[in-house]
Design a protein around this ligand. Structure first.
Ligand code: TEU
Length: 545
């Protein structure tokens, strides 16, 4: 890109505040807990922290249901705690990115309490109300992501309101200019407090046209984003990343193109959803297909090569643990976690690390639905059992793909509750905390943690990692991912074995080289010949000349 931005060389770390660090012993993580861990994060080398929602909320969806955009949930702390976090982070050169959840609010938000009172309430039009269908049922068949209809009848006025998530998350009406203005005012209020950016929840939904059944990529989506940019962060040097499950390379260029004045980048999910079952979605997983995964990752690298910008991530609070999904075959947790990190962090884009990924945290071995907390999982459990799935089958699918896999407490040490809290946490700690924990990782030179630390530092030292041109090789190879980056006469070759067995690889002879091995999860590899013997999950990168 013609213009260089600070976030091109940054690495972002996502914190799920409820599960990160509990400072007051109530079993729920909090803001002072995050502040206390700043030295840990500085040591790891990350530049930006994205906090999942910390606002006042009834916590129907763990804070993605906000009842006051300008206050902090008491279980997380106070505005004073937040300002203290921002100031202490800034002193360490770390920026704080907030989660902007403005597709919907909580049903306890004062706007919704007003809106539902009467049809002529001044705030009625802040939400999306429709008359019942002639048979008294919902206005149309839009569905909620958490199961069931996206419409709930409100007895007060006899009309339905729209909620694309839980019934406690009514959708805001973005067509109303007053709604947009209130949101922009709120964003400016946070920007004035010194935050470094926003992650925007389901931002592809804000242009919806419900009567036409259009949810994502509505006709005014990009107009609203341009307006938001102009009225809020446009003149400030911040990072914005929109969550867009619907994003395609084409729409990503609209969101993040250099002359578009919209967002810095988006999260796209094609590499996630292409691994899901066509019929049962993520509740029935398919065997992992590396050729497909490579083709999606490469497609995005090529599409945003000259304009726009990629975000790079394996996990977040909605996704299973990447090491469990793509690696972790018997005895190779460490090797595969490092391999996955290598492949992702050496691509072009801004890498995001989800808390615990840097110590190789894994999915949970829950046995009973009572151990789950997530609203989506609990709803789907009910619906799938009604539809005939056995409880055991459901738990198996949930242990592979449910959102709680990523939401168990951060494993700090082998102390009780993994050192996360002094009392029983809101959700069980993964029982492997005795061996998988930050304390053990940090003292071990060969750990996953130290591997992440190296990758983050390499990005700062080598412009080729930030700006080098991407090319993939051996696209049809079922076991190995090979790509190159080139910049100013230099070339970086990245080779990664995705299989828990040795692989003999024949490389195109142009890839043979000698140079500096920037990173490896086995022995240093100083040169590449046309035949390479790769160990299980081996991954390395060589820079030449
Ligand atoms: O996620 C959007 C979203 O579409 C996911 O809930 C998705 O449907 C699900 O994980 C796939 O099965 C965002 C937030 O990241 C999520 O935590 C919130 O629950 C959701 O929006 C509503 O705010």
């Amino acid at each position: 890109p013609s213009e260089r931005k600070w976030w091109h060389t940054s690495t972002v770390y996502q914190i799920y505040p409820r599960s990160f660090a509990d400072s007051d012993g109530d079993g729920i993580g909090d803001i002072p807990g995050i502040t206390a861990k700043l030295p840990y994060l500085k040591n790891l080398g990350v530049d930006v922290l994205w906090l999942s929602p910390i606002y006042k909320s009834p916590m129907d969806d763990n804070g993605y249901d906000i009842s006051d955009y300008q206050d902090i949930a008491p279980e997380f702390g106070t505005l004073g705690d937040f300002d203290d976090l921002v100031a202490k982070a800034r002193d360490m050169g770390i920026g704080i990115v907030l989660d902007l959840v403005v597709n919907h609010t909580s049903d306890e938000h004062p706007w919704f309490l007003e809106s539902r009172k009467s049809k002529d309430n001044p705030l009625r039009d802040f939400y999306i109300w429709r008359k019942p269908a002639p048979d008294g049922g919902p206005p149309n068949d839009l569905k909620s992501s958490f199961g069931g209809p996206a419409w709930t009848l409100d007895a007060e006025t006899g009309e339905y309101y729209l909620h694309l998530f839980s019934r406690r998350q009514p959708d805001l009406n973005w067509e109303n200019p007053q709604v947009r203005q209130r949101i922009y005012d709120m964003m400016n209020w946070w920007l004035d407090r010194g935050i470094a950016g926003f992650r925007m929840d389901v931002i592809d939904y804000i242009g919806k046209q419900v009567d036409q059944g259009v949810v994502h990529d509505g006709p005014h989506l990009h107009d609203y984003l341009k307006e938001m940019n102009e009225k809020t962060f446009g003149q400030r040097n911040i990072l914005t990343v929109g969550e867009a499950w619907s994003a395609t390379p084409g729409s990503a260029l609209l969101y993040s193109g250099r002359d578009r004045h919209e967002l810095s980048m988006v999260f796209q999910f094609e590499h996630v959803t292409q691994q899901w079952d066509e019929t049962y979605g993520k509740w029935r997983s398919k065997p992992f297909d590396l050729v497909k995964l490579k083709s999606v990752l490469s497609k995005w690298q090529y599409a945003l090569a000259d304009d726009g910008w990629n975000s790079l991530f394996w996990g977040n609070h909605d996704l299973p643990r990447a090491v469990s999904r793509y690696g972790d075959a018997a005895g190779y947790r460490r090797e595969s976690a490092k391999m996955l990190a290598t492949v992702l962090h050496l691509m072009k884009g801004t890498p995001f690390i989800y808390q615990g990924e840097e110590i190789g945290m894994t999915n949970v071995p829950f046995k009973d639905i009572a151990q789950y907390r997530d609203i989506e999982t609990l709803n789907m459990h009910r619906l799938h059992l009604e539809a005939g799935l056995s409880p055991d089958e459901f738990i198996k699918g949930a242990n592979e793909n449910a959102r709680d896999n990523a939401r168990t407490p951060m494993q700090w040490s082998n102390a009780p509750y993994g050192g996360f809290s002094t009392s029983v946490p809101w959700i069980e700690v993964n029982p492997n905390f005795e061996t998988v924990n930050a304390e053990a990782e940090m003292i071990d030179e060969d750990s996953i943690w130290n591997h992440y630390r190296k990758l983050i530092a390499l990005r700062k030292r080598h412009p080729i990692i930030v700006y080098g041109e991407y090319q993939s090789w051996l696209d049809q190879h079922p076991d190995v991912f090979v790509y190159t980056r080139t910049l100013d006469g230099e070339r970086l070759v990245v080779v990664a074995n995705f299989k828990p067995n040795e692989v003999r690889l024949d490389l195109p002879h142009e890839l043979a080289c000698e140079g500096e091995c920037l990173i490896t999860n086995y022995q240093v590899v100083p040169s590449l010949r046309e035949t390479v013997a790769l160990k299980p999950y081996e991954a390395f990168a060589i820079k030449s000349p």
